[in-house]
Design a protein around this ligand. Structure first.
Ligand code: PR8
Length: 477
């Protein structure tokens, strides 16, 4: 197998990504059930950090964490026609237990609307019970029909799903914006760059009024939808008979939202947006090791160098710091290893540093080295971690801006897609034109900017009629 470091993330994205997953201990995708993978130590660590970041935001904004069952009944699942249609080809079904057929079959959640909403019906009585904001991080199961890819398109999906219930349409609308802000804040903290798009009507979530999605860029030009916010209107509350008594004593169905944040896709985005040809480059907040100290041992000085390193580790204990004192591995191999693991900062110590009471500090993102005195070490590292996080974010947004290509013709779109870019087009808003463009250029119409009004710069590039919107068109996972 070619190692990830011999590959280029832009030239051979797929191979680069797949080999890095295993080499950097993120995921082992050799588990014999398609779409189900093993999260290795670094993958599990990063997922937990991302989860903590998101859950903090959700808890701080009034969402209550709950744990709901894994299964629903056939009857409940079938209630919302559009919803069941959207998922019917994707569900896993439990038909026997203990060697006997079950009385009524169980549907393994592909998402939890049909599990939570019968309970919401029991809990909600009056306007005083609203808003209700619930979230849970869990695994959901979808028998994806498109080709599976580790992290990006899996059948066992680690995510967080939030579900909210509101008395008025205006409040629900406001909650869409709040949810977008929560997701934005977490993705920004991770230095990821993305487009926030209102999906076209023909591509909204099954049963929703409309859907807003976060599309993160990927080096191969295929966008990675990392999160979505769906305004469900009253579609679900009507069929699940959720009702509340208004202040003036009327009974009404409330307004609902659901939103989901794909942890494995965010992990994929962290790897592919920040990584380079040497391996992972991790923002400090998610890195299992923030600072690694590597002794460069010379014969006869082993003990004194290791002792000096231990003092440095002590000085750096406010970070997640690791001393790599393996004896059977050369310093060069350690450098290579920690670069692949994406450790943001490396401290190198050889005889010269020790004699001068200094340390060499290496920055993973820019590959720069600086010699600093021991007294300055802690502040240097703190500033460096901050600078790395900032730089990763800025770099990522720069790439996204460069990736977007203003297309004026269908040929422009074809060219953009073949160059692994995202096309921005003037569009009349019709599904026919979106389909036609998909057939000709091989991507998907992803939607229009959610929080920004963009004025079309010409007629619809497909049919030539007046354009009403500026849309983004790309290949997607
Ligand atoms: C909902 N209901 O279901 P959504 N592999 C990896 N990540 C995935 C996959 C997959 N196969 N499928 C979806 N995701 C709503 C909202 C409750 C919560 C991730 O929404 O179907 C994607 O990041 O849009 C997606 O944006 C998110 O789950 C929500 O899925």
């Amino acid at each position: 197998m070619t190692t990830a470091t011999a590959l280029s993330k832009y030239r051979n994205f797929s191979e680069w990504f797949d080999s890095l997953l295993l080499e950097a201990k993120i995921v082992d995708d050799r588990f014999p059930v398609k779409g189900f993978s093993v999260y290795l130590e670094n993958g599990a660590f990063i997922l937990r950090r991302v989860r903590q970041l998101l859950e903090k935001e959700l808890n701080d904004t009034g969402h209550k964490e709950m744990i709901f069952p894994l299964v629903t009944t056939d009857e409940l699942f079938g209630k919302e026609a559009a919803h069941i249609k959207g998922f019917s080809t994707e569900v896993f079904v439990i038909e026997s237990a203990g060697g006997k057929p079950v009385e009524s079959k169980l549907i393994v959640r592909p998402t939890s609307e049909t599990i939570m909403y019968p309970m919401f019906k029991l809990w909600i009585r009056s306007h005083a019970d609203l808003p209700l904001l619930v979230h849970q991080s869990n695994m959901v199961y979808r028998h994806e029909t498109k080709a599976t890819r580790p992290l990006l398109r899996v059948r066992e999906i680690p995510w967080n799903e939030a579900h909210t219930v509101h008395a008025t349409a205006a409040e629900a609308e406001q909650q869409v914006r709040k949810a977008v802000e929560i997701y934005r804040k977490v993705l920004d903290r991770l230095g990821l760059a993305y487009l926030v798009l209102k999906r076209p009507d023909f591509d909204k979530f099954a049963g929703a009024k409309y859907s807003v999605a976060f599309d993160a860029w990927n080096p191969d030009g295929r966008v990675n939808q990392v999160a979505t916010v769906h305004n469900l209107g009253k579609n679900f509350s009507k069929v699940f008979e959720i009702e509340f008594e208004t202040r003036d004593g009327r009974r009404e169905n409330p307004f609902q939202l659901c939103y989901g944040f794909g942890y494995s896709r965010v992990l994929a985005a962290l790897i592919s947006q920040h990584g380079d040809d040497r391996g992972l480059v991790l923002p400090s907040i998610v890195s299992p090791v923030q600072v690694v100290v590597v002794p460069i041992v010379f014969k006869g000085q082993e003990e004194s160098i290791i002792n000096y390193c231990r003092q440095l580790v002590e000085r750096l204990k406010s970070f997640s710091v690791k001393l790599d004192d393996r004896e059977d591995v050369t310093p060069g191999e350690k450098f290579y290893y920690w670069e692949k693991m994406g450790a943001p900062v490396r401290v190198e110590v050889g005889p010269r540093e020790m004699v001068e009471n200094k340390a060499t500090v290496f920055r993973r993102d820019t590959l720069e080295k600086t010699l600093v005195s021991v007294d300055e070490l802690e502040t240097t590292v703190a500033n460096m971690l901050e600078a790395i996080d900032r730089n990763l974010g800025e770099k990522s947004w720069r790439v996204l801006r460069q990736m977007i290509f203003d297309a004026s013709t269908v040929d422009d779109v074809k060219k953009a897609i073949s160059e692994r870019r995202i096309a921005r087009i003037s569009w009349c808003g019709s599904e026919e034109c979106a389909i036609k463009l998909k057939e000709e250029a091989g991507g998907e119409l992803r939607g229009t900017k959610f929080d920004e009004v963009e004025v079309p710069y010409g007629p619809c590039i497909v049919c030539g009629r007046p354009a009403s919107e500026v849309a983004y068109f790309a290949r997607a996972y």
